[in-house]
Design a protein around this ligand. Sequence first.
Ligand SMILES: Nc1ncnc2c1ncn2[C@@H]1O[C@H](COP(=O)(O)OP(=O)(O)OP(=O)(O)O)[C@@H](O)[C@H]1O
Length: 438
Amino acid sequence: MTDLKTLWDTIKESFKNDVSSVTYENLIEPAKAISLSNNQLTIELPTPFHKDYWSESLTDKFRLYAFEATSTKIEPRYIIEAEEQTAPVMTASKPSFKVNTALNPRYTFDTFVIGKGNQMAHAAALVVSEEPGKMYNPLFFYGGVGLGKTHLMHAIGNKMSGVNSQTRVKYVTSEAFTNDFINAIQTGTQEQFRQEYRNLDLLLVDDIQFFADKEGTQEEFFHTFNALYEENKQIVLTSDRLPNEIPKLQDRLVSRFKWGLSVDITPPDLETRIAILRSKAKADQIDIPNDTLTYIAGQIDSNVRELEGALSRVQAYSHLNNATINTSLASDALKGLKLSGTSALTIPLIQEKVAGYYHISQTDLKGKKRVKQIVMPRQIAMYLARELTDNSLPKIGTEFGGKDHTTVLHSIDKIEELLQSDHNLQEDVQNLKMELKP
Ligand SMILES: Nc1ncnc2c1ncn2[C@@H]1O[C@H](COP(=O)(O)OP(=O)(O)OP(=O)(O)O)[C@@H](O)[C@H]1O
């Protein structure tokens, strides 16, 4: 992993899972990754206190997480803000590197393990890579986090580039597209932007749910889409939900996204998880017994990224302790690992907590009564079910006494809107989230 932002995000995520929220917010969140060179990552900290704290208390963890992420030993170097004016500064608003423009060579069809939850998506991806712009345009993958949507997208790009090195492929996240577009406006380079995005054979846009609410970007993307589509150029999109479930996505985009094929990816079953781990262990030359693979696969059931993270953690643990990998070592390595998998949290549990919080019965919460004291908690519970679990809108509707998915969508939209300004609601939702995901 060489992309500084991706590496830093991964390390921060590991810290987040390991330290208290107070420590995270006050001591880790303010840190900024500045540069990575010669296996040294320079971290900028706001005060000498932060520097001392990182040096004394966070360095070992940092080394572990960096190793887990890269399988390389990376040393931290701490500087205090303004201590080193010459260093290129990376901030959230103005990244000093270009995000995700290239294809990841590791994400190929060969390294993708096929299982029940992804076989349709895999088959569609393969068809598109062989006959781009013909059968399924656009191809739209949707599903929960870390299930291989990006991987398949890159696999299409890698395959097409492999067949013809002249293929013009562009991979962007929807955020990178937005940033490029804003930059083009600010610097008066819209024409260049259009050239860049409209003269392609394959455009891959990841996580398009982040287009929600971005009117200008949607407008530009609409024209980009049309230009490519009319030329029979292939477009592949991913999102965490179906196009019509993305709030505030223009109808004309929703309808265009439906022109092609939408296919979901669901979490892998145990067999597939073991196969994924085996394949990764082989690729990384990790010597690991079968029963240990089965043990790790049994610990994580909803997210392949976490599955890979667990394997890296076991590898790092064995490396740092100079011990052979076996199930007992894996169990020690994974002890205390707070998995962010959403599978443990169920809709009934959310209903129970929300009903308890607002002192109403679960029957009312799931029922049809239209009084305000019940409607609001019901909408909040639906909102939380969508935010904190992988359930689809129809499934949430079913769990709330058989409501239509448009009712669920309306409830979620309503809460999202109120959350913008209603401080009491913000506090309630925050409290409930803390109760549900301590
Ligand atoms: N079936 C699979 N076989 C092999 N590796 C997989 C498979 N599914 C996912 N992975 C790996 O899991 C990791 C996460 O996958 P990916 O980034 O593609 O997920 P995603 O669905 O795009 O998630 P997000 O919504 O968070 O972007 C990647 O390293 C990917 O290679």
